[in-house]
Write a protein that binds this ligand. Structure first.
Ligand SMILES: Cc1ncc(COP(=O)(O)O)c(C=O)c1O
Length: 401
């Protein structure tokens, strides 16, 4: 029996996930036993549950005895549409045709490429269509591009370009073969934020070269001073009331500190939503009804979100006061710190200071020039409150490689 029959070659092209790599890197190393461990590795908010969670879950427990719909129930989709309209000053978002529930945005950001990219299309000479993404990036974009049969095209985000995935650095022949572009704003891991001009230019290019724009805006409610603009808001300001070519992804994991709820939103162009909904009706990521009720409440309440934002801002301020170098990112709760060798630094931080941080190269990929735009950085997540953030800064300063 030919071995190829039993192995999926695209899966073989995926590297180990960053946290798997981190586990391997730390094998045989022990954290300094004299210090309490600070885990700044994963971007998992550690804040108390929003007050309404338990009561709502209890009230709707019976919902576990019914199958949820894949699109999400009316209450959830209406709450999402209402949040989008409030947040981005939109005229109208149709909860029926322009919104879907996601079981966390991770699965949605992955699956969307499988719904929208035609790997057999374009491009002459057996070439594949491109899926563009920042480098470094949330690794799901890379996995999605590869497994959907597209060719990932990386947009290096470096100190020199202000960590912006530069649109005007992409050659026209690449644009011509582009199927979709992932934007992450605010960016994990760099904290860069797309402004209205960036999104406008991208939409202009999308119209010219016929591709889709996917905005991962999971950190939209975590920012240093100004609330980030969103793709749908910019689309509206350009008169694209139908959000053509646009999909946005957002999540309750970060804004509401509910990563275990696994609940997010997908919204935008009704035609793309309909195609994605079709794929999802087969793959079946339906959000359980009691969880939908909690999610609807979380999109409808900003009080808890404001409290969380205050804690993240205090944490960022405390970190940079203590670190005495650099400044807070425009968005997200990540700090992206330059170091000589990111793997050596991460191991030393673990052994000497009982701190877990992620080597930046694990969030990057090898670029066309052979470099990895994440190399030479570590990412630390400020998820443990202001006091720990200050402590983390002092410990990172004390690391000797
Ligand atoms: C940039 C970015 N997008 C999406 C996600 C996915 O979040 P979730 O699946 O919890 O909604 C994460 C999670 O860390 C992220 O950092």
């Amino acid at each position: 029996m030919p071995a190829e029959k039993l192995s999926q070659p695209r899966l073989g092209q995926l590297g180990a996930y960053p946290f798997e790599r981190l586990k391997r890197l730390f094998e045989g190393h022990k954290p300094n036993p004299e210090l309490v461990h600070i885990d700044a590795g994963a971007g998992e908010p550690r804040l108390p549950l929003p007050a309404f969670t338990k009561e709502l879950l209890n009230r709707h427990l019976d919902g576990f005895s019914r199958y949820p719909t894949t699109r999400g129930g009316d209450e959830l989709r209406q709450a999402i549409a209402a949040w989008l309209m409030r947040r981005y000053d939109l005229q109208y978002v149709d909860p029926v045709t322009q919104v879907l529930s996601a079981n966390g945005t991770r699965e949605a950001l992955f699956a969307v490429a499988h719904a929208l990219v035609n790997p057999e299309a374009c491009c002459g000479n057996g070439k594949k269509p491109y899926v563009l993404m920042p480098n470094p990036m949330y690794q799901i974009y890379l996995g999605a591009a590869i497994t959907s049969g597209a060719a990932p095209y990386l947009m290096p985000c470096t100190r020199e370009n202000g960590f912006a995935p530069e649109l005007d650095a992409v050659p026209d022949d690449v644009w011509a073969d582009t199927a979709m572009v992932y934007v992450c704003s605010p960016s994990n891991p760099t904290g860069w934020i797309a402004d209205a001009g960036y999104y406008s230019r991208l939409l202009e290019l999308a119209d010219k070269h016929d591709f889709y724009v996917l905005a991962d805006e999971c950190y939209s409610e975590i920012y240093w001073d100004t609330p980030p603009v969103g793709l749908l808001g910019v689309a509206r300001s350009l008169g694209r009331e139908d959000f053509s070519r646009c999909l946005v992804f957002n999540s309750l994991s970060k804004r509401s500190a509910l990563p275990g709820l696994r609940s997010g939103l997908i919204a935008g162009d009704a035609e793309l939503i309909s195609r994605f909904a079709k794929l999802r009706s087969y793959t079946g990521p339906a959000t359980p009804i009691p969880l939908q009720m909690v999610a609807a409440a979380a999109w409808s309440d900003e009080t808890h979100v404001q409290k969380h934002l205050e804690i993240y801002r205090q944490s960022l301020a405390a970190f940079f006061d203590a670190y005495a170098q650099g400044s807070p990112p425009a968005g997200s709760f990540f700090v992206w710190l330059p170091v000589e060798d990111e793997e050596m630094f991460a191991v030393a931080a673990f052994e000497q200071q009982a701190v877990t941080v992620l080597p930046g190269s694990y969030l990057g990929a090898t670029d066309r020039d052979g470099s990895n735009s994440g190399a030479g950085y570590i990412r630390a997540a400020l998820i443990n409150g202001p006091e720990k953030a200050a402590e983390l800064a002092l410990r990172l300063k004390a690391v000797r490689v």
